[in-house]
Design a protein around this ligand. Structure first.
Ligand code: SAM
Length: 402
């Protein structure tokens, strides 16, 4: 079997021949091997040399508060969990965690919300040994700080030469270990499942069979009433594998499908009490925001429809959207909500019509693009879904660009 295939089987990563050869050359250089030894260079899975090669083909790209809205959602979830299960610490898994940027961002968000390490424990896992070593070191260059407001860096990091060293108070929230998501036993936990799982920006590097294996492993790792936070472009793949968006707004916040379906069908509000969250770091406020709402009575109707929809009162939300559209037929947000309400009500064709209307009126409506992509995915139209996801990714990139 080729080295490329061995790497693919071991990691799930779809790698180009060039990437593999570049990594091989680098290893051979470090081992002081001459090019004519290439034919004999064939490390086997499970050996330290194979692991060293894996470290060179992974993409450990990450930064602090990547997609800030995700951390706000995560903290809100932890707060609700603490209210509904008093005295029980919330367990969080960050997999893959790369060099620790994601779990440390969560630690900062928790600290900012006044939640101490004893009430929320984060386990952070990555395939790359080198990434885990970097994470344990907690020393970051400027590349890890990409937002415009870096007040959190002043607060939680100490300058160390040209880098920044993380505060020990944050280390207390997080434990790091090396592991492979594709090996169900690898995440270092036995016993209860995780309340909250971050699995972001990994499935984009997998092919479909590996995505399904990964999603099945996450179904096992996540508590039945837990929350999975995916990358924006990855939600559709998870939805093909038994997950569903938790609410109409946060398409990246996923629940096990059985839970989502029961709530929708029973038209229940989320089981846990909603409380007003304390805001996450100001620096984390560059997330894509929904399109500005209309003013006056139309804005009020749309806000009301959103509340009704989020509470599962779909018929009322539908009626309220119609009232908003009667007043202002060109209101994209109302068409978007109508689309989501139809989708939740099991009317995908109507949902598609409404979402297309929304995008006709507002071509850069991020959530409508994601939702329409999801509808296409669900009916197996992967080509159009991919195009819509690319459009969504461009909108997202433009919105978060400094
Ligand atoms: C782009 S980073 C994502 C990090 C972080 N979640 C984020 O969104 O910023 C992808 C990480 O996935 C890790 N990885 C690749 N294959 C993996 C696997 N099979 N199991 C666990 N981690 C894996 C890589 O080592 C890399 O650090």
């Amino acid at each position: 079997m080729s080295l490329r295939q061995l790497l693919k089987d071991a990691t799930g990563l779809v790698l180009s021949a060039d990437t593999v050869e570049r990594a091989v050359r680098e290893r051979m250089l470090r081992l002081d091997l001459t090019p004519d030894a290439r034919a004999d260079y064939a490390p086997q899975p499970g050996t330290p040399e194979f692991a060293a090669l894996v470290d060179l083909v992974v993409v450990p790209e990450s930064w602090m508060f990547r997609d800030p809205a995700v951390f706000e959602t995560a903290v809100r979830f932890v707060q609700r969990r603490l209210l509904s299960h008093p005295g029980r610490p919330v367990s969080v898994l960050s997999l893959p965690c790369a060099g620790g940027e994601e779990p440390y961002s969560m630690a900062m968000a928790l600290a900012h919300a006044g939640i101490p390490p004893g009430l929320c424990r984060i386990e952070a896992v990555d395939l790359s040994h080198a990434a885990i070593e970097r994470a344990r070191l907690g020393r970051y260059t400027r590349n890890a700080f990409r937002g415009t407001d870096l007040a959190f860096r002043e607060h939680w990091f100490r300058q160390d030469g040209d880098a920044y060293l993380i505060d020990d108070a944050l280390r207390r929230y997080v434990g790091f270990s090396q592991g492979n998501l594709l090996e169900a036993a690898a995440p270092p936990r036995k016993g209860p499942r995780y309340d909250l799982v971050f699995c972001r920006n990994l499935l984009i590097y997998f092919d479909e069979p590996a995505r399904m294996v990964a999603a099945a492993a996450l179904q096992d790792l996540l508590a039945d009433d837990g929350l999975l936070l995916s990358g924006f472009a990855e939600a559709p793949a998870f939805c093909r594998a038994g997950f569903a968006p938790q609410s109409l707004r946060d398409s990246y916040a996923l629940q096990k499908q059985s839970v989502a379906t029961v709530r929708r069908r029973a038209r229940l509000a989320p089981a846990e009490p909603a409380i007003a969250p304390r805001p996450v770091a100001a620096a984390a406020r560059t997330a894509p925001q929904p399109a500005p709402l209309a003013a006056g009575p139309v804005a009020a109707l749309i806000a009301e429809a959103r509340r009704q929809a989020d509470a599962g009162r779909l018929a009322e939300a539908h009626q309220t959207c119609q009232e908003a559209l009667a007043l202002q037929p060109e209101q994209a947000e109302a068409w978007f909500l109508l689309g989501m309400v139809s989708e939740c009500g099991g009317q995908p064709h109507a949902a598609e019509r409404h979402l297309r209307r929304c995008l006709y009126l507002q071509p850069d409506h991020y959530e409508a693009l994601c939702s329409l992509a999801l509808l296409h995915e669900l009916r197996g139209d992967t080509q159009d879904a991919a195009l819509l996801r690319q459009r969504a990714a461009r909108v997202h990139a433009a919105e978060v660009a400094p």
